[in-house]
Design a protein around this ligand. Structure first.
Ligand code: MEV
Length: 323
């Protein structure tokens, strides 16, 4: 029986979250914690899914029922990706999908996007369908929009291309930065954030003050452009200052929490060059930059403020086949 294993990296937003949803650029890096998907062809015309990390065991459907009826949240991205792919390329073979992850779906590393990208890569290979990177991006992004209606697609780009990217919504611009790694410290707040409700929260907060919202987004864009250059020059002290400036604007958007604020303040008061939320806010992770000498004390300070340090390497490889 033909089968294939594909993996894709998680991601961390570096700069530009929220503003990226409104057409401004952002910077994202792929991390070395990966999502794995195995797909095998079955004799019967069925879709089967095992995803034990998210408590899905023996989930089965006839292909004709894909996308119909009750779909558990944890199965949605896989099922809709398969449904869209099967409809577009008129496929009829049954498949069994098994997923496993090196990171929890709770921490905001983009497990849904990584899984979507893995599935599409695996199906394209199994059924010998050639997709350019752009087609691959568009197809995966469509799945995200079909399910959550909103989002820039930066996490899809990170899963496909890997590395560290300068990205504009919908994949209008996807430019890799010429770097090897970023000395990032990552602290998890212990709270799962819901991206769509946080996007909506920002929209509602500024419903009557669009002018200020535009100004905030324009300031974030300036920070993103400058950060891109300074990251490429490895000017970490300046990148840290830019993080602090970006964080101030994110606080104004109303998506920080007291826990994230405490973790960020603790990092800075223990010598970090800078620190900020990474992603939608409301929970998930914060990131900090520090010199080699200060890393340990910054990590300890984040932990004392109630965070959990997640060791990551940045600039990881994009989607790939596994042996
Ligand atoms: C969420 O991690 C980042 C947002 O900018 C949403 C998105 O870009 O899709 C809030």
């Amino acid at each position: 029986m033909k089968k294939i294993i594909v993996s894709a990296p998680g991601k961390l937003m570096l700069f530009g979250e929220h503003a990226v949803v409104y057409g401004h650029p952002c910077l994202v890096t792929a991390v070395n914690q990966r999502m794995y998907v195995r797909v095998e062809i079955l004799d019967e015309e069925q879709f089967q899914l095992d995803a034990k990390d998210v408590k899905i065991k023996n989930y089965k459907k006839y292909l004709s029922q894909l996308g119909k009826g009750e779909i558990p949240d944890a199965a949605k991205f896989v099922e809709v990706a398969v449904k869209n792919f099967y409809e577009k390329f008129r496929l009829r073979n049954g498949i069994k999908v098994t997923t496993y992850s090196e990171f929890s779906f709770q921490i905001g590393f983009g497990s849904s996007s990584a899984i979507t990208v893995c599935i599409i890569k695996a199906l394209a290979e199994l059924f010998n369908i050639k997709l350019s990177n752009k087609e691959f991006f568009d197809f995966s992004y469509r799945v995200v929009l079909d399910i959550q209606g909103k989002g820039s697609g930066f996490d899809i780009a990170a899963a496909i291309y890997g590395g560290t990217l300068y990205f504009q919504s919908g994949g209008k611009i996807i430019h890799p930065l010429a770097i090897h790694s970023l000395p990032l410290i990552v602290g998890y707040s212990g709270i799962k954030a819901d991206t769509v409700s946080l996007i909506n929260r920002v929209r509602d907060k500024f419903a009557k003050n669009n002018k200020r919202f535009q100004e905030v987004c324009a300031e974030i864009e300036i920070i993103v452009r400058r950060s891109r250059q300074e990251i490429e020059r490895a000017n970490w002290k300046i990148v840290g200052e830019l993080m602090n400036r970006n964080q101030k604007l994110l606080s104004e958007l109303g998506i920080s929490t007291s826990k994230l604020d405490d973790m960020i303040a603790a990092a800075i008061s223990h010598g970090a060059y800078g620190a900020k939320i990474s992603g939608a806010g409301g929970g998930d992770c914060m990131i900090a930059l520090a010199s080699e000498d200060n890393i340990k004390s910054v990590e300890r300070a984040i932990t004392r403020a109630g965070g959990r340090i997640i060791p990551v390497e940045t600039n990881a490889k994009g989607v790939k086949y596994e042996k």
